[in-house]
Design a protein around this ligand. Sequence first.
Ligand code: HEC
Length: 128
Amino acid sequence: MTIKFLALFRRSVGVSALAGSGVLALSLTGISPATGQGAAPAAIVGDPARGLEKSATCLGCHSIPGYKADFPVVYSVPMIGGQNAKYIENALKEYQKGERRFPSMIATAKSLSDQDIADLAAYFSSQR
Ligand code: HEC
């Protein structure tokens, strides 16, 4: 019992020492330790229902099967309904970073937070 307790104690001391160095590294890179929590950031989970609410501006250009808004065909807009969520997320982040160059998509992507992107990816990938 006592030995088990000591082992646990030692392990928790080791962990907090690690956490301490994590906080130090974070503050050196200018990220506040308060938001960094000394560990990896919490995973963002996309919510398709919220994605639907946020998709209004996308629908005029990206024709979704079943959605009856037509956009004059000046260039072809890729279908994103039914596309893999990770693909959509990566594409939007590439527009944000300027790795993909299409002016209206860069402007659109820059207006989105990581949570918006996750929600939109969850929504569009759930389409058929
Ligand atoms: C003004 C019209 C327009 C609007 C609004 C728009 N898009 Fe796009 N989107 C495009 C065009 C055109 C492309 C292809 C551009 C290119 O060649 O890189 C594209 C590309 C994409 C791609 C990459 C698709 C692929 O197959 O590689 C994704 C993902 C995407 N848009 C998501 C969105 C989302 C999400 C929204 C709403 C927040 C949105 N778009 C709003 C016109 C638009």
